[in-house]
Ligand binder design. Structure first.
Ligand code: MN
Length: 146
């Protein structure tokens, strides 16, 4: 994990069960200056969310056990997590995933496999357009850190 800079970098929780995708996503996000937290299942994601409130969640739809859209619905129904922006990670070919993601409460989706050249920009655009999820200091840092 990269060290924190003088400004608090936005924190992204990546919920992804595939280890290769986890490592690739985390390394691209860290290179782009984000702080990354990881979870491989919905249960792990809920545990991580008890420890910190991320600025954004990247949510793989297909997870073992509880799937990503069910987890998103659960987070959106809980006042403690409802304001966190959730962006779905969807397999490119799956038509209907976008509508289902939005219906579950996601702000949008990013297709997998991710494009490592544009991924950071895509994530930043969701952060800019999101309602601040946590403390004012963190949201200020989010906006100033572009
Ligand atoms: Mn998956």
């Amino acid at each position: 994990m990269s060290s924190r800079g003088p400004l608090v970098a936005p924190m992204i929780l990546v919920v992804e069960d595939n280890e290769v995708n986890q490592l690739l996503t985390a390394s691209v996000l860290e290179r782009e200056g984000f702080v990354v937290d990881l979870a491989g299942t919905a249960v792990q994601a809920i545990e991580r969310l008890r420890l910190h409130t991320p600025d954004l969640i990247l949510m793989d739809i297909q997870l073992p056990g509880m799937d990503g859209l069910s987890l998103t619905r659960q987070l959106k129904a809980d006042p403690a997590t409802a304001r966190i922006t959730v962006v779905a990670l969807t397999a490119h070919a799956m038509t209907g995933d976008r509508e289902q993601s939005l219906a579950a409460g996601c702000a949008g989706y990013i297709s997998k496999p991710i494009d490592t050249r544009t991924f950071g920009t895509q994530v930043r655009e969701f952060l800019i357009n999101s309602v601040p999820a946590s403390s004012p200091s963190r949201s200020d840092a989010t906006l100033n850190g572009q």
